[in-house]
Design a binder for this molecule. Structure first.
Ligand code: PLP
Length: 429
């Protein structure tokens, strides 16, 4: 059977300790030397393989794509299209599926909401999301509902951080043309049973959009197995460059939709007297000069992770999540939110009783430990959880169990500080 993030969580050798050496950011004379960087769900550091691919592209192939009738431009186009094929293979997309380069997950979801979303979702319809969505997979749909007169239905998250299959199924119906769900929660690390959720949506005739931003870095992605209609992710969360992402669309779904943005590269023919003819395929969705180097860098990131071995990446994640849950269990005031060890996805969220999350984050920062604390761009979810915020440890391939021991030791000395006493209810989005 094809593998997914769920199935790959056990087995495989752990990653070698020398992986950290692949990342110039952690070199002895670099800012990351000695830093326990545990905010990988926000963005990851970049290995030399990715940095070199970017430099190589700009040094040896830089020119615009798809427009130039000269060798250098054709080389650039070839590299861009080769990157597309690398992504296609890496996420196991079909040969006719669209692999569209975007600026990231947020851009991809907005593109969908403004095009196929507007076509499918109308007055009186319901659009289903889960209660754990990041703002980027919530607000575009919320706005679409406000504009169209549809109703946004939020399927609640249970105490263990999961969505009950029965609740999700109950939300579906003939008036639901589209569902939008996270593959992995960026707040709790919950792995949603996407294949089953997509199948349930399809059985009611709904299209399924999946936000894979937190899933792709942690396991081999198989969009064919998942069955999703649209799958979105960001390069920078998987060791690739910022400003690059992917929208995967199942074959034929976007072919005849009007483009999201129009401009150079999207047209077959333009004359002042006749209607504009737009190209098909991914170029229809990539108006203007695309981020060619970003695509090349993303392909290099997939190659890098493939060479490390996805099984090893998963085993590494699992070891770190296990170590973190054990470490936190030893801190009396710490309470883990959700059940991150159930299906480890490189992320553990917790709160400290009586201490504002920013005081915890600030204390860790002073010990050379970088974590994210707050609402993680999901304030509605944090409201539902009844929490001001959490402290989030999120892991990458270069993190070590020793760094988690450092977190443990630092948490033993954290005390209520400025935020707890002066701004006890303040939080930022
Ligand atoms: C689950 C999830 N979706 C979407 C996003 C948005 O990604 P980007 O800012 O790269 O567009 C994030 C970023 O944290 C995320 O965690």
């Amino acid at each position: 059977m094809s593998s997914t993030i769920q199935q790959e969580r056990r087995g495989g050798p752990p990653l070698s300790a020398t992986v950290r050496d692949d990342f110039p950011f952690f070199a002895a004379d670099a800012p990351g030397a000695g830093l326990a960087y545990l905010d990988n769900a926000a963005t990851t550091q970049k290995p030399a393989a990715v940095l070199n691919a970017l430099t190589d592209y700009y040094t040896h192939a830089n020119s615009n794509v798809g427009r130039g009738y000269y060798q250098l431009s054709m080389t650039s186009t070839e590299r861009f299209e080769a990157a597309r094929e690398t992504v296609r293979t890496a996420i196991q997309a079909g040969p006719q599926d669209d692999i569209i380069f975007t600026a990231g997950t947020t851009h991809a979801v907005n593109l969908l909401a403004a095009t196929i979303g507007r076509k499918l979702v109308g007055k009186g319809d319901r659009l289903v999301v889960t209660g754990m969505e990041h703002n980027s997979n919530l607000l575009p749909w919320r706005r679409l509902c406000e504009e169209s007169g549809a109703r946004l239905v939020v399927v609640p998250v249970q105490n263990d951080g999961t969505v009950a299959a029965a609740d999700f199924a109950a939300a579906l119906g003939p008036d639901v043309p589209l569902v939008a769900i996270a593959h992995v929660s960026n707040v709790l690390g919950t792995v949603n049973p996407v294949r089953a959720m997509v199948a349930a949506a399809h059985s009611h005739g709904a299209y399924a959009v999946v936000d894979g931003a937190q899933a792709v870095p942690h396991g081999r992605t198989d969009v064919s197995y998942l069955g999703s209609d649209f799958y979105c992710f960001s390069a920078h969360k998987m060791y690739g460059p910022m400003g690059t992402g992917v929208l995967h669309a199942r074959s034929g779904l976007l072919t005849s939709e009007p483009p999201y943005q129009v401009g150079g590269g999207t047209v077959k023919a333009v004359s002042s007297r006749k209607p504009v003819h737009y190209v098909g395929g991914p170029a229809r969705w990539e108006a203007g000069t695309p981020n060619v180097a970003g695509a090349v860098g993303l392909a290099a990131a997939f190659d890098y992770l493939g060479a490390l071995g996805w099984d090893a990446v998963r085993a590494h994640d699992e070891a770190l999540v296990r170590a973190a849950t054990e470490a936190l269990a030893d801190i009396p005031a710490a309470r883990i939110i959700g059940d991150p060890a159930a299906q480890p996805s490189g992320l553990v969220s917790f709160v400290m009783t009586g201490i504002h999350p920013y005081d915890v984050g600030g204390h860790l920062d002073k010990q050379g430990i970088a974590v994210r604390c707050g609402v993680h761009c999901a304030s509605t979810f944090l409201d539902d959880l009844g929490l001001l915020g959490t402290v989030r440890l999120s892991f990458g391939v270069y993190n070590t169990v020793e760094e988690i021991t450092r977190v443990h030791d630092a948490l033993r000395t954290v005390r209520p500080g400025y935020w707890t006493s002066e701004q006890p209810t303040t939080r930022f989005v």
